[in-house]
Design a protein around this ligand. Structure first.
Ligand code: PPS
Length: 303
């Protein structure tokens, strides 16, 4: 097994480093070298040493191009959802499949994998733990009410004619909140985290604020770099705020001289949701949020 934190990476082996955006916001899976890794090869395929767990769609397929190529990180697109799958076909086959899909990395590089549904999939902690109990896990979270509306906006963009947000969020009109609706359920972060903490200690997690990724991208990305044991390569000087887009952009993409912003689907308009509906959801989430703050030792300021 190779020590993945040693040395400086030389290249980004294909794909993007989605971690640093909301990308950073998401679910990434990383493992230390898988059993059988030999220290003899310079270039090899191995599973990732850290995981981004992004409650979808806070970071599902978003392009986290911010730091592409600027850190010793290799990632792979498309996302792999093997560990979140309910296919009972066995850890080894999945592990081998994932490993075969990983880009080749040099000693000292980190390979990342992200899948939005990891964080909310009951089987994922056991599967990841079974592959490598020292996996690092990065979870990007944002206010669950905004997350639910964003989730709905994404579904609506693909499913015209969808019932209203309010009709889906509550049972019987304005009755109890419908926790069976995935847009609501995913925001119960404390519950999902409880499932992970049965197997992974809190120290294996980094919780990234989706809000601060917008207001202070360099600060959040700095925390990610520290967590991964990377040199702080990405800093304030790499970002500027694009007021039209409402997001930070990279001053220039690696290897180019032009600014690079997130794709068109980021920052899509949210439907107008009545204030009473938002208020009720805020009240509903408050105890879960508080519990999440206690569990993580971080106040995300949603309440
Ligand atoms: N880097 C970064 N920083 C902060 N926020 C970000 C970032 N990247 C994506 N996003 C926001 O995440 C929301 C989900 O994005 P998508 O709808 O594209 O979802 S998905 O990634 O395809 O699952 C979506 O939120 P809304 O725009 O509010 O709906 C994205 O804008």
């Amino acid at each position: 097994m190779l020590p993945l934190w040693r040395g400086r990476g030389i290249r980004e082996a294909g794909g993007r480093f989605s971690a640093l955006g909301r990308e950073l916001l998401g679910h990434w899976g990383a493992w230390r070298g898988a059993p059988g890794d030999s220290g003899a090869c310079l270039v090899e395929k191995r599973l990732c040493p850290s995981s981004f767990l992004e409650p979808p769609p806070l970071g599902g397929g978003a392009d986290a191009e911010e730091a592409e190529g600027q850190v010793p990180v290799a990632s792979r697109n498309p996302e792999l959802s093997g560990l979140a799958s309910t296919d009972p076909s066995g850890q080894c086959r999945l592990a081998e499949l994932l490993r075969s899909l990983m880009p080749r990395t040099l000693d000292g590089q980190i390979t990342l994998e992200k899948t939005p549904s990891y964080f909310v999939t009951r089987e994922a902690p056991g599967r990841i733990h079974g592959m490598s109990p020292d996996t690092k896990l990065i979870v990007v979270v944002r206010n669950p009410v905004t997350r639910a509306i964003s989730d709905y906006a994404q579904t609506l963009s693909k499913t015209p004619g969808l019932p209203s947000f309010r009709a889906l969020a509550f049972r019987h009109g304005l009755g109890p909140v419908d926790t069976a609706w995935s847009a609501v359920r995913i925001g119960l972060y404390a519950q999902h985290l409880t499932n992970w903490l049965r197997l992974f200690p809190l120290s294996r997690f980094l919780f990234v604020s989706g809000e601060r990724l917008v207001s202070d991208p360099a600060g959040e990305v700095g925390r990610v770099q520290d967590f991964l044991g990377l040199k702080r390569v990405v800093t304030d000087k790499h970002f500027y705020f694009n007021a039209t887009k409402g997001f930070p952009c990279l001053k220039k993409a690696q290897g180019g001289s032009r600014p690079r912003c997130l794709g068109k689907s980021k920052g899509r308009p949210h439907p107008r949701v009545p204030e009473a509906v938002v208020r009720r959801l805020r009240d509903f989430y408050r105890p879960f949020n508080r519990r999440f703050y206690q569990m993580t030792g971080q106040d995300f300021g949603w309440d």
